[in-house]
Write a protein that binds this ligand. Structure first.
Ligand SMILES: Nc1ncnc2c1ncn2[C@@H]1O[C@H](COP(=O)(O)OP(=O)(O)O)[C@@H](O)[C@H]1O
Ligand SMILES: [Mg+2]
Length: 223
């Protein structure tokens, strides 16, 4: 298994560098997260999709052994994962019908719409009306990498869409945090004594944890 998948965080405490985002989510959990739509916004490779999955696990929707790939295949009937660019108006209507059905096993149904900035206008409008009548037993997570999209007429706070979502911001973890993680993973992979170019990897990865893990994998293979 690729390092990126093998070390994808499974719990909130596994997620590095997102204390604010995690605290926000934990506060929402206390107040009751049901019936809400969350917009996870931030740069690429910092844990947005992962955190959506961690939340699904926390809520008892996704089981421990279910990876992102399993969720994407659609075998878990309480969670749906959409790549936004594949989402048209028809798909949103079908989603609405699915939300109207009672939950299968879990206390909540979850919808993850990944890379939401790529959704068509038609799909966005249709989704807005779904969010307006979201059942209490459902949670919707949208992720988006385009911070600019938040200012424009799609996700801006002033827009009907933006005001319907709770914005959770993700940031680049610090180089020190990423380096610490890389050392930990390298240790698990090959024990002590691994002399790897951690500093170079972290510098080249520019705050993108996914990219850093890919570079680490290459370095481990080349050793
Ligand atoms: N904050 C983080 N803490 C720990 N690992 C992370 C973090 N962000 C990303 N990763 C690693 O990078 C991979 C990709 O992260 P992902 O959640 O898909 O990022 P995003 O959705 O923000 O692009 C994860 O599987 C994990 O291995
Ligand atoms: Mg993602």
């Amino acid at each position: 298994m690729r390092l990126v998948e093998k070390y994808r965080p499974k719990t909130f405490s596994d997620i590095i560098g997102q204390e604010k985002a995690v605290a926000r989510i934990e506060a929402l959990l206390k107040r009751g997260i049901g019936g809400r739509a969350l917009l996870f916004e931030g740069p690429s490779g910092v844990g947005k999709t992962t955190t959506a999955l961690v939340l699904a696990r926390h809520l008892g929707i996704v089981r421990d052994n279910e990876t992102l790939q399993v969720v994407q295949m659609g075998s878990n009937l309480d969670i749906r994962f959409y790549r936004a660019k594949e989402m048209d108006q028809r798909a949103v209507e079908e989603l609405r019908d699915w939300l109207a059905l009672s939950n299968w096993q879990a206390p909540y149904k979850m919808v993850i719409i990944d890379e939401a900035q790529t959704m068509t206008k038609g799909a966005t409008d249709a989704l807005l009306s779904v969010l307006e009548t979201l059942p209490e037993r459902a949670v919707v997570i949208l992720t988006t990498t385009e911070a600019e999209a938040l200012q424009d007429d799609l996700f801006g706070r002033q827009t009907p869409f933006g005001s319907r979502c709770i914005q959770v911001s993700f940031v680049k973890p610090s180089n020190a945090e990423i380096a610490e993680r890389l050392v930990e993973i390298a240790f698990k992979e090959c024990g002590n004594g691994a002399t790897l170019p951690y500093r170079e990897i972290v510098q080249e990865g520019k705050g993108n944890v996914r990219a850093c893990l890919q570079l680490l994998e290459t370095a481990l293979v080349a050793r």
